[in-house]
Each structure stands twice: as C-alpha cells, then as structure tokens.
Design a protein around this ligand. Sequence first.
Ligand code: GLY
Ligand code: MN
Ligand code: MN
Length: 269
Amino acid sequence: MKDSYELAEMQDAVDATQRGFNEVLASLGDASAHPRGERVVEGVFNHRARLDGNEVGYETIAAAGPHACTLHWIRNDGPVQEGDLLLLDAGVELDSLYTADITRTIPISGTFSETQRKVYETVLEAADAARAIVKPGIRFGDVHDAAMAVIERVTREWGFLPEADGTPYHRRYMVHGTSHHLGLDVHDCAQARRDMYLDGVLEPGMVFTIEPGLYFQPDDLTVPAEFRGIGIRIEDDIVVTEDGCVNLSANIPRTADDVEAWVQGARKA
Ligand code: GLY
Ligand code: MN
Ligand code: MN
C-alpha cells in the first residue's frame, strides 16, 4: 500500500511520462524520415526522462510495425512508417525513484486502418473490463481473468480459435500477464510469493498496471493476412481506492478517436 506521498510521486511520474509521449508524437515527422526512426522515438522520450526525472524506469520499448509483436523490443533500430502502428512502452522515473509504466499504441499516419482499429478497440475493451472490477477484496489474478475473457470472446467471434475444449488457445495472441505491481521498481515486489501476489487480495493504496494486448505475429497462419504484424498494447497505471480505483494515466488519450486526434494534432503543430 502506498501512502499519500508515494501516490503523489506516482502521479508526477505519470504526468512526466505524458509530456514525453506528447514530445514523441510531435517528433513523428523526424522519426519517419530516419531509417532508424525507432531510435528517434527512444531518444526523444529518454531526453524528457532525464530532464524531468532521474532516468527512464526501464528500457524504452519503441516498436513500430511488426516489431510490436516482439514483447520487449528494445533494439529500437527499425523504421517508423506511415500506415504502421507505433507501440511505445515507456516510463519516467523521478528523482525519488518512483516510476510510471505506460503503453500507448498509435497510428503513425494519424488514422487507424479498419483492421488496426478493430484490434485496438478489443484491447481497449479488455483494459476497461479489467479496470471495471478493481476494488478492495478481489484477487489480483481476477483482473487478468477479466481482461482475458474479452480477448477470448472476441478472438473466438473472429473465428481464430479452434472449438472450445478448455484449452486457453487465445493465449497465443496475448502472451503476458495483464498486471504487475508498480512503484520503486517497474515490476514491484516481483519476488513475492504467489499467495501474496497473483492470489493476493487488493487493498486501497495498491498501485499496479493494467496492460492487455493482442499480438499477431507476421507469420501466424491462424489469422487472416490483414491481422498479421499488428501488435497493440494499452497500459495504464491504477491505484486501488476504498470503493474502486483511479486510473493515474486517464489523461493520456486511450480511445481510438482520441488517439487519432492526439496524433493528428501533434503532427500538425
Ligand atoms: N515495460 C515493462 C512492462 O510493461 O511490464
Ligand atoms: Mn508493465
Ligand atoms: Mn510497460
């Protein structure tokens, strides 16, 4: 549980991270013009982290196009091309060493394709379903289960999954956990025992991420060609309150329409 000082630090870390994301969006033209545009993105974000905080909280993931399907893509040496998505997973660590951990996935051109939007809205639905159940007394693992129920339902509706037989086939497209605790470490308390972590019960003042995703590998023949190479994650930082939760990163655009407007505004400026 974090006290009021710690929660204020977490919000400051998120706000500094938002400034870094805004600057990345404003630099998309430069990124697109460079053969290693992902490095431009990393450089812009990390510059903000050094100015406003101590450092980045973890190595910035700047993953454009199919690189988003590689979970911890930190080589960041690929191009940033119109028509592709950019998955940016980055966090400013303050001088107090508290860190944010935020992901946004944006259309580099400013407009999602029909398929990109379809995937985006599914990930958003999973994130919102997970956040909707957060309150004291539920199990930490319930948050993951709520997100996965959406991922399974929709990928089944799309016809990607074999007949249901109890096997979690949908995990092929979402290969990581939905949440981890966050604070002084990006994966705070990661060594905690299972009964204190996944099976642990939420209490007010806990801070953790909600970060579902969908990743369709470029060579995955279980999905139609137009889905291949799309990787999307939306990651927010959440604090448990007495009767629910607050999303510390709610001010960073999340809906598909808001994200498009955000990119278009930044690219015009
Ligand atoms: N940035 C690492 C993670 O989201 O867990
Ligand atoms: Mn995370
Ligand atoms: Mn992250």
